[in-house]
Design a protein around this ligand. Structure first.
Ligand code: UDP
Length: 239
């Protein structure tokens, strides 16, 4: 049997900040981030052009503080800064295993990383560098889902990979409902009309309008990223 080939050539991986917590209730777990970096290396070693977007929920989510009385926009800017911290942590872990990276922030932060410049990001990808997009859209009232979809489109990626703690999209929350069944494939329309909450509706709509598939898989299982990229293992495709 021949070894399966990756199904996509250029992709964006969106991870929620919670992926970096490991089993901790908050923050960044070094063992976990090292393991994620190894999985990413496996994919870049295969010659895949890779963009990353990481959330900030392990450190800070705008809505939670806004719910306790803070102005929503200010809380969201704090959330965006949290995504920059995660991007830098991931950059450190990736460089440690020999993956070349650049962080580009939607909020210019010259002493820390590059500003977001589309053509420069494309050039980095061509040179085999992983580009980590930080600070979301640089605008409040969003989560990192929509910027992930936007950068996927801007970079001309073949697919948007969403790495979560669940191995796909289910009919109900599998952690709460033992009867929940996983979908193998879904249409964008089904996700939106059934309100399946895979990603923000604006992100799904953007991918639908650009005909880019979304692959939802578990990033918690080691080695799974490459497996799913080859069409093996368990995942849900939205197309
Ligand atoms: N955020 C924002 N605009 C953006 C991206 C992020 O305001 O374009 C803020 C928002 O407060 C969000 C926080 O950054 O809650 C962290 O991102 P997210 O909630 O997507 O993190 P995740 O749940 O993926 O870890």
């Amino acid at each position: 049997m021949t070894d399966a080939q990756p199904r996509y050539r250029k992709i964006l991986l969106k991870m929620s900040g919670e992926v970096l917590m490991g089993d901790a209730p908050f923050g960044i777990d070094t063992k976990t981030i090292e393991a994620v970096a190894e999985d990413i290396k496996e994919v870049t070693d295969a010659g895949i052009e890779l963009c990353l977007v990481i959330g900030g929920g392990n450190i800070f989510r705008g809505v939670s503080l806004a719910g306790r009385g803070m102005e929503r926009a200010s809380a969201d800017y704090m959330g965006m800064l949290a995504t920059v911290m995660n991007a830098l942590a991931l950059q450190g872990a990736l460089e440690k295993v020999g993956v070349h990276t650049r962080v580009q922030s939607a909020i210019p932060m010259d002493a820390v990383c590059e500003p977001y410049i589309r053509r420069r990001a494309l050039r980095h990808l061509e040179k085999g560098r992983v580009v980590i997009f930080a600070a979301g859209l640089g605008a409040p009232f969003f989560t990192t889902d929509t910027p992930a979809a936007l950068r996927t489109a801007e970079m001309g990626c073949d697919a948007l990979f969403k790495g979560t703690s669940v191995d796909g999209v289910y009919t109900a929350d599998p952690k709460k409902d033992p009867e929940a069944v996983r979908y193998d494939t879904l249409s964008y329309h089904e996700v939106l009309s059934k309100d399946l909450r895979v990603m923000d509706a604006s992100a799904i709509a953007l991918m639908r309008d650009n005909q880019v598939p979304i692959v939802v898989f578990s990033i918690r299982e080691r080695g799974n990223f490459m497996k799913v990229l080859k069409g093996q293992g368990v995942y849900t495709t939205i197309a």
